[in-house]
Design a protein around this ligand. Structure first.
Ligand SMILES: *Cc1c(COP(=O)(O)O)cnc(C)c1O
Length: 472
């Protein structure tokens, strides 16, 4: 019986041609062409066929279902899927949501350079070629105290290049406590093997001493590598080796001491737990021969990877073939140079990431109160008396591989509905025209204000009104 039903249902699916001639399809075709619309219809019908095979759907609904699916697919494909979201999570730097939002100055620099010809690799003085690194090297050296610096696409590339140029075919000694995995793809052992170096892991998970490094040195050793434990912290009985000790050991054996710092902190942050993070300058002064770090984490610039350090080490990386494959494009360079200039002129407090991290309690509290008032008004207008809205204290975080176990006090607005689960409200916020990503805590939606940018409150209020007016 079920079989006959399935066959009947499959035969009742509207024909592609029929759907193509419907008014909504004709309208889409006018903009995108018939083939484009046909493709969406075929995809929608295939989906429905599969579901019927699985026992779903009734005959009467097939026509509307097919039209609805195809139109929804076309609407989805007619706008960009890479689009703005509102980050109301209180986590300042998150890889999934694009890490650091750029400063206005950086944006201006991109816009000035992107649509024109530029001095990317050209020196007007020489009338000829000049390396693209020259635009930022001087600034990086000025800010970090390094002798030389180069940039590549991201920090993973920086680590890869640094190791390939200094240790390919030789051995790199690294602590077992620092075999880090970042995100879902950056793993120190794999990057090391990719660079052509052989990893020699020493010490224990919680304790590695200078003698462990010393005992592992052979005539094949090229590098002592230190890696920032970006997303975890080992607590309890812990011993790690200082940069000063590593520097001395490296120097006495003619080895390079390289540190993967991860998040590129350029100057101390105004947070209570600031002492947990070392700046690039600190690491270089304490003895690292070269430091690698990201441009779009704590630094607050575009996605880029920096290698800063001694002239000898950086020059070895500069002349390595791999640099050509990892080189940075003009828009990134423009944004990065503008961001670095903000540091050089003492204006780093205006970089969005730094501003959000350093936002004081009073400012956050006021922002939360304002958002709370706005949302309450919207609830009142919508007659939503099942909804309770209040200002709450939040636990915010920097993210971006810095201070992995520290949260700091922030403020936010909680939304609770007697009629609807917090998860379903959060999902409605996420799937609006501008996705709003909020937290859920104790059966309440929580909008953290620390990570809201100018204009976000207004968009949140509109989204909220839509949610209240919708399937409430
Ligand atoms: C984030 C991080 C990386 C990877 O940097 P990307 O800029 O994402 O490529 C590498 N090492 C450490 C220690 C990190 O924190």
């Amino acid at each position: 019986m079920a079989n006959t039903d399935t066959h009947t249902l499959l035969r009742s699916i509207p024909a592609v041609e029929e759907l193509l001639n419907a008014p909504w399809a004709v309208e889409f075709s006018a903009g995108m062409g018939r083939e484009y619309v046909k493709k969406a219809i075929v995809q929608a019908l295939d989906g429905i066929r599969g579901e019927i095979g699985g026992g779903a759907h009734a005959k009467t609904e097939l026509g509307a279902l097919a039209a609805g699916r195809a139109a929804a697919l076309l609407r989805q494909k007619s706008s960009s899927t890479l689009k703005r979201v509102i980050n109301a999570t209180g986590v300042v730097i998150h890889t999934n949501t694009g890490r650091a939002p750029l400063a206005r100055e950086a944006l201006q620099a991109v816009s000035d350079i992107a649509s024109t010809y530029s001095t990317l690799e050209y020196s007007p003085e020489k009338g000829g070629r000049e390396g693209r690194n020259t635009h930022i090297e001087w600034l990086i050296c000025h800010i970090t105290g390094a002798q030389a610096a180069i940039v590549v696409n991201n920090n993973a590339a920086a680590v890869l290049l640094a190791l390939a140029a200094t240790a390919s075919g030789r051995e790199v000694i690294v602590s077992n406590g620092e075999l880090v995995e970042i995100g879902d793809s950056f793993r120190i052992p794999e990057i090391l093997s990719f660079s052509g170096a052989t990893m020699v892991a020493v010490g224990c998970t919680n304790s590695t001493r200078i003698a462990d490094y010393r005992n592992a040195i052979t005539e094949k050793t090229a590098v002592l590598l230190k890696v920032h434990p970006s997303n975890y912290r080992i607590e309890g009985f812990v011993a790690s080796t200082s940069r000063e000790e590593l520097k001395e050991l490296a120097a006495s054996h003619g080895l390079a001491f390289i540190e993967d710092l991860g998040s590129g902190l350029l100057c101390p942050l105004g947070v209570p737990f600031a002492h947990f993070e070392h700046s690039v300058r600190d690491c270089l002064e304490a003895g690292a021969g070269a430091v690698t770090f990201s441009g779009d984490k704590l630094l607050g610039g575009p996605q880029i990877g920096v290698i800063a350090g001694s002239k000898q080490l950086v020059d070895a990386m500069r002349s390595h073939q791999l640099l050509r494959a990892l080189r940075v494009d003009k828009m990134t360079l423009a944004a990065f140079e503008a961001t670095l200039r903000m540091y050089a002129s003492g204006k780093q407090g205006e970089i969005p990431v730094i501003r959000m991290i350093e936002a004081d309690k009073d400012t956050l509290q006021k922002k939360a109160q304002q958002l709370c008032r706005t949302l309450k008004e919207r609830a009142k207008t919508a007659g939503a008396d099942d909804v309770t809205i209040a200002v709450v204290q939040t636990a915010d975080a920097t993210g971006g591989g810095a201070f992995p176990t520290n949260t700091f006090e922030g403020a936010g607005v909680s939304i609770h509905s007697a009629a609807r689960s917090a998860e379903s409200i959060a999902a409605a916020f996420r799937t609006g025209p501008v996705p709003v990503i909020a937290g859920v805590r104790d059966g309440r939606v929580v909008l953290h204000v620390r990570t809201l940018l100018d204009g976000d409150e207004k968009t949140i209020a509109c989204a909220f009104a839509g949610i209240l007016g919708g399937a409430g």
